[in-house]
Design a binder for this molecule. Structure first.
Ligand code: CAA
Length: 249
């Protein structure tokens, strides 16, 4: 039987790279979606670096905020492999942090567009194929800051909390069709996104994490691959927290 196709948006980024690698390890054919402002050579260099480490991962260009760009990207992948995407990991995301009293519409709009509208654009393109095959996995990457809120992240917390509403509704619609839909909510993970936070604030945040450290991207990749497995078919509509105990509920 041919391998299942997994597509990871933001696949060449901090979390995305580990998610892609874990899915390769789990036996999927993996395609990393990238945008990087259209810097294709950056994605190609990423692909070469993965190959040098023994990971064969395809790459596909697409802007998750743009319906047409997503459609072109998914069509190209489906044409190349002659089949629909079996596992969609909606991982692409951005931050534009700042206190709400100073937040601009652009800061709001960019974050909602990249983190939440992207769920519509990408999932809408693959869900019917999954239903037709009677098998599929949609795994949406949210955040601990959706669950608990975060000073300076009204836009991000709103978008990431919206993700889990989407997960729960869609999970109900496709549960009888062999398709599971889940949210994975990481805490603070050692990526470029977290590195952008001022060091003194990072230290304060670390002090509030019971486990006493930031997580690693590999820890997130491992959980995503677990959710994607055939044997995980009874997990649906869940919000899987992986945050070192930062938020328990
Ligand atoms: N709770 C309450 N008050 C706080 C606070 C908090 N957590 N943090 C700061 N304040 C207060 C400060 O004490 C200060 O008060 P005074 O004016 O009375 O002195 C005031 O708010 C202003 O604080 P800042 O100087 O920090 O304000 P700023 O506007 O320069 O910076 C900020 C705001 C950029 C949002 C900064 O606070 C920050 O970077 N916070 C961290 C945001 C964060 O955690 N982002 C996560 C990014 S990673 C990610 O998103 C991945 C994921 O999913 C986890």
């Amino acid at each position: 039987m041919s391998k299942k196709i997994a597509f990871v948006t933001g696949g060449t980024g901090g979390l995305g790279t580990s998610i892609c690698r874990s899915l390769v390890d789990a036996g999927f054919t993996v395609v990393a979606g990238y945008f990087s402002g259209g810097r294709h050579e950056k994605a190609q260099a990423w692909q070469e670096a993965q190959r040098a480490d023994g990971y064969e991962i395809d790459i596909a260009y697409g802007d998750v905020t743009d319906e047409e760009s997503c459609a072109k990207c998914v069509a190209a992948v489906e044409e190349k492999y002659g089949t629909g995407i079996d596992v969609l990991v909606n991982n692409a995301g951005i931050t534009r942090d700042g206190q709400f009293k100073k937040m601009t519409w652009d800061q709001w709009d960019q974050v909602l567009s990249a983190n939440l509208d992207s769920m519509f654009h990408m999932t809408r393109l693959v869900i019917n194929g999954m239903i037709d095959k009677n098998w599929g996995r949609v795994i949406n990457i949210s955040s601990v800051n959706a669950q608990k809120g975060q000073f300076g992240q009204c836009n991000y917390s709103a978008a990431k909390a919206g993700i889990h509403g989407f997960t729960k509704a869609l999970a109900q619609e496709v549960a009888r069709k062999g398709v599971t839909v889940n949210t994975v909510s990481p805490g603070y993970i050692k990526t470029e996104m977290v590195a952008k936070i001022a060091q003194d604030i990072q230290d304060k945040i670390t002090a509030t994490i019971p486990v006493g450290r930031f997580g690693t991207p590999e820890e997130i990749g491992r959980l995503v691959a677990f959710v994607a497995e055939d044997e995980s078919s009874y997990i649906t509509g869940s919000d899987l927290s992986i945050n070192g105990g930062l938020h328990m509920y």
